[in-house]
Design a protein around this ligand. Structure first.
Ligand SMILES: [Zn+2]
Length: 586
């Protein structure tokens, strides 16, 4: 089509008018096509969250058109489908660049809580269309759908207490594991892949999106920030003094006022406590790699639309903060890594400081009781006709209860391949022994432990572990693995290798082989040996006599007495209850 515009001929005005009208229509229709083409399913129906396939197709459609976004498979999941990573970078460099801040977002770990799935699609689309900017020194990495197996198990019923969306996936993955308990033990392929993805990107900030359960209150968005007292002090100070105040203020200005995750024993009026995110959880796991991590938890009773939009607003607030700060977090993370490498001790467990209480202004609903039509007994309800704002107690300080001295290195017998491979997925530098050698080590004997009665996420988890320490020379073999502690992953290493750690590999049953004695004795055969040992070893004889005098049950139990002598002899196996990972001290 040709148009004559700049002419004085009569009728040229008409031509110009047509041309302008044409331009307007063209622009409008191009915009409309782009908009409708990139409309997300949520925008058509705000109570709908897309299926796994729809999500991946959507990102592929964006990836086919816009150069700043890349979507590609990264590793496998238990569902048989690969995990996808979506990477957005203004300079179209989809590798991990040294001087970039990496914001990492994980969605649909619990597919019944999919607000982050929809929020991320809207967010990425807005970035692609130029409606939202990310700074040039940022790489945005998204896992669009983490728990694919759970996502494929779609229904409208598994979240009994939730208002929408109309259909959604299930919490358990393809092996019925809760992936938000699996980050250390890695029973799922999803978690194995995720560990490697965190190693690949070594993010500065991670956001793992959720929807809450529990009490009713006015807020749509609640926030779990990783427990400040177990985060490295450099990162912790930056998070609590600079980042969190900005996020709370910015969200309030956007009319999405937030409150810390409402973790309460009963009703929130009586106070809430800071969530302790142990390493089994996404944020607690990421923290071990010096990542400031969040689990935003939207409220289950708020309309799905609000949950999606507030999640999107939260991610946008984080982008705004990181943009304004200009990349300060890059240096702070480097400081934290240097600190972790050099620090003398590492804390592994904490308890709530009940004395350290602050007051939090809280917007709730009056908690009331009435007779239940089902049980005939008192039932709790929150009265929306009686909203309130009042101060409630907030306890968010934790004191360390277990702090270990950092060894120079750990040494792991090569047979523990399941331990060694997990260290590798986490980017831990390992040194393999080139020949058999004898090493002076500190070793732990497991002196006490308790075990849960029922399987917890596929394991009989141990807790309240106690150890006794011995120092001696011990033989190690070619192929055994040295793990030096002078590396940024030192916190991860100590948390998984120190047996008393609440999420250690010991706690998760990786070393249960040592908890059972392998050789025994027959009392009638051992009698003569015992007699010989008893008479030839003065120290043993004395200890034995004291034990007999002090313990009447022991004095009356012949087998227990023989066992005592056996256990104090060279016949008793050194490796029973011996934790196989040695500590090499400075
Ligand atoms: Zn969740």
């Amino acid at each position: 089509m040709q148009f004559t515009i700049f002419t004085n001929k009569p009728g040229s005005y008409l031509a110009m008018k047509y041309y302008i009208t044409f331009l307007i229509i063209l622009t409008f229709s191009t915009l409309m096509t782009a908009q409708s083409h990139y409309h997300t399913p949520f925008e058509t129906n705000s109570n709908y969250t897309p299926t796994y396939q729809e999500v991946i197709e959507y990102y592929h459609a964006l990836g086919d058109t816009f150069e700043i976004i890349d979507i590609s498979p990264f590793g496998m999941t238990d569902s048989g489908f690969p995990l996808h990573e979506v990477v957005i970078n203004n300079s179209k460099d989809f590798t991990n660049q040294n001087d970039n801040q990496v914001l990492f977002i994980n969605n649909a770990i619990h597919p019944g809580e999919p607000c982050g799935v929809d929020a991320s699609m809207l967010l990425v689309r807005d970035i692609c269309l130029g409606k939202l900017a990310i700074p040039d020194n940022m790489t945005l990495v998204l896992v669009p759908f983490y728990n694919i197996g759970g996502g494929l198990n779609r229904s409208s019923h598994s979240r009994a207490n939730q208002d929408g969306p109309e259909a959604y996936g299930f919490r358990g993955n393809a092996k019925n594991l809760d992936l938000n308990r699996d980050f250390v033990k890695c029973d799922s392929k999803n978690a194995r892949t995720f560990n490697q993805l965190i190693t690949k990107w070594n993010p500065h900030v991670m956001i793992d999106t959720h929807t809450s359960n529990g009490a009713d209150y006015q807020y749509t968005m609640t926030l779990i920030a990783t427990q400040k007292d177990k985060l490295d002090p450099y990162l912790s100070a930056y998070m609590t003094e600079t980042m969190l105040p900005f996020l709370y203020k910015d969200m309030e200005e956007k009319r999405w006022e937030m409150i810390p995750y409402v973790y309460a024993k009963d009703i929130p009026d009586n106070g809430i406590i800071g969530f302790m995110d142990y390493p089994r959880y996404s944020s607690g796991y990421a923290t071990l790699h010096n990542v400031i991590s969040f689990m935003p938890e939207t409220h289950m009773l708020k309309p799905y639309k609000d949950r999606v939009l507030s999640t999107k607003a939260f991610i946008e607030s984080m982008i705004t903060f990181l943009t304004q700060e200009g990349g300060k977090i890059i240096d702070i993370k480097r400081d934290a890594e240097a600190h972790v490498m050099h620090q003398e001790s590492i804390s592994l467990n904490w308890e709530l400081d009940k004395e350290n209480t602050t007051q939090l202004s809280f917007k709730g609903y009056a908690a009331k009781y009435k007779t239940s039509e089902v049980t005939g007994q008192d039932r709790l309800y929150y009265d929306h006709d009686e909203p309130f704002t009042k101060l409630i107690p907030f306890n968010n300080t934790y004191k360390p209860t277990l702090t270990i001295t950092k060894p120079e290195a750990y040494i792991i017998p090569k047979g523990y391949t399941n331990v060694i491979e997990r260290l590798k997925w986490n980017g831990i530098n390992l040194e393999v022994l080139e020949s058999d050698t004898t090493v002076q080590v500190e070793q732990y004997y497991i002196s006490k432990y308790e075990t849960v009665d029922k399987p917890y996420e596929g394991h009989y988890l141990h807790y309240n572990v106690e150890t006794r320490t011995v120092n001696r020379s011990w033989k190690y073999y070619k192929g055994d693995v040295l793990v030096h502690m002078h590396q940024p992953g030192a916190s991860y290493i100590a948390n998984v290798l120190e047996p008393k750690g609440p999420d250690s590999f010991f706690a998760w049953n990786f070393f249960d082989g040592v908890l059972m004695q392998k050789e025994y004795f027959s009392p009638y055969v051992f009698e003569d040996t015992a007699s010989e040992l008893h008479s030839n070893n003065r120290e043993l004889k004395e200890k034995f006599a004291i034990k007999k005098a002090e313990d009447p049950d022991f004095a009356g139990d012949a087998n227990a007495q023989l066992r005592y002598i056996y256990e104090h002899s060279a016949h008793y196996e050194l490796t029973h209850m011996l934790y196989p990972v040695g500590r090499i001290l400075k």
